[in-house]
Design a protein around this ligand. Structure first.
Ligand SMILES: Cc1cc2nc3c(=O)[nH]c(=O)nc-3n(C[C@H](O)[C@H](O)[C@H](O)COP(=O)(O)O)c2cc1C
Length: 382
């Protein structure tokens, strides 16, 4: 790689880097994840839905699949939570038949617990196991997990290897560039995870842990990592639309892109990435999709937990002038998701036919889907 200018997707400067003859990319082309000794998982396209704690619940993942994401990741699950879980702390991780391929993300440091957790996750019906080595949130990093493993490559390799050895599922790892600003540690750790631990794919979010979500993800590092490993690399960070998705693939040679924040309350961004159809939804379509999402979340986690969980989604869904601040504030005040739904449909009756259409065509998960008792993390950030 001769050009060492940053690849920054937050502005438009990256367009200049593409030059006259960019590498051709096809966001719909299938590819496979898996190495000798593991199952091979076929991914039918190049757009993944990112793991996001407090967001990537089943309703979100299924919606992402419906809008075109070719693979989804769960929010992170604690391996010690899995090991020590008792009835009180256990929650449900559901894997619906129409979510596959799905990667369940784990975090933790103890190779013995990781081995055990990987087997539980395989049993639960996951297609792949992803390990979080990027989460900068204190609650996680103070235990030595998440981003802390970027500073302890031997421990990172040991826990990854324990996971690889535990089942025949492909193991993937999600990393940041390093702990500190300017770090290039990912370029040493990534190849070690592949060569020494035998992982089948990597995701790089090329911000440092110190950066959290500030600044930009410098995908120049993604390009460098792609050159160093012979497994697929997912590019995560600041991929918000089709132009950026295509550009980051052309500029880095990554196998696939991952969309995170841009998809919060906005499945249409996933559709834009996968089809190039950048059509702003009508307010009624937003409302119908939100009501359907509310219904699925209530089925998934019950009225009580859904009430708090859903609050952040109202602002995300009802963006734009058609709704305004007051409409968003009104929704926050309701006690139950049922009241929210009634209010939305009363206020935007034009959403009713669209909602009826969704109800008629999109199934709900049912008893034929797997429901596995796993503690789902209450932490945030990665
Ligand atoms: C609310 C939130 C929760 C997140 N939780 C996780 C997580 O559990 N595991 C993980 O690997 N990354 C997590 N991330 C990081 C995202 O997967 C992604 O790498 C990051 O947001 C950059 O991509 P984006 O610019 O498309 O959002 C989280 C991000 C956000 C905003």
């Amino acid at each position: 790689m001769t050009d060492d200018r940053p690849i920054d997707l937050t502005g438009t400067g990256f367009l200049e880097l593409l030059g006259d003859d960019p590498r051709p990319v096809d966001l719909t082309a299938p590819f496979a994840i898996g190495r000798p000794g593991t199952r091979a998982v076929t991914i039918e396209g190049r757009v993944a839905l990112a793991p996001m704690a407090g967001v990537s619940v089943q309703a979100f993942r299924r919606q992402g699949r419906r809008f075109g994401a070719s693979v989804v990741f769960t929010e992170m699950v604690s391996i010690s939570g899995l090991h020590y879980a008792n009835e009180r702390t256990r929650d449900y991780l559901r894997i619906a038949t129409d979510e596959h391929p799905i990667a369940v993300q784990l975090f933790g440091t103890d190779p013995v617990l990781m081995h055990d957790a990987a087997q539980q996750v395989a049993e639960a019906g996951a297609d792949m196991i992803d390990i979080n080595m990027g989460c900068p949130v204190k609650k996680v990093s103070k235990t030595g997990a998440g981003c802390k493993l970027l500073d302890d490559p031997d421990a990172a390799v040991a826990v990854a290897k324990a996971c690889v050895d535990a089942t025949d599922l492909p193991v993937t790892i999600k990393i940041r560039r390093g702990m500190r600003n300017g770090s290039r540690d990912c370029l040493e750790l990534g190849p070690r995870l592949v060569e020494e631990a035998g992982v089948s794919a990597l995701t790089l979010h090329p911000r440092s842990a110190a950066q959290m979500y500030t600044g930009f993800a410098d995908h120049r590092l993604t390009a460098e990592l792609v050159e160093l490993v012979d497994v697929p690399v997912f590019a995560s960070g600041d991929v918000t639309d089709r132009v950026r998705a295509e550009a980051v693939m052309a500029l880095t040679g990554c196998a696939a892109v991952m969309i995170g924040r841009a998809a919060q309350g906005n499945p249409w961004a996933v559709r834009d990435l996968t089809t190039g159809l950048a059509v702003e939804p009508e307010p009624e379509e937003r409302v119908a999709e939100l009501v359907r999402f509310v219904r699925e979340v209530v089925r998934e986690m019950g009225d009580h937990r859904a009430t708090g969980f859903l609050r952040k989604f109202y602002g995300w869904y009802l963006r734009g002038e058609a709704f305004g601040k007051s409409a968003r504030r009104e929704l926050m005040a309701f006690e139950t998701p049922g009241e929210v739904e009634a209010h939305l449909l009363d206020r935007w009756p034009g959403a009713l036919p669209r909602l009826a259409d969704l109800e008629a065509t999109v199934r709900y998960p049912d008893d034929t889907d797997r429901v596995i008792e796993l503690p789902v993390s209450a932490y945030g950030g990665g």
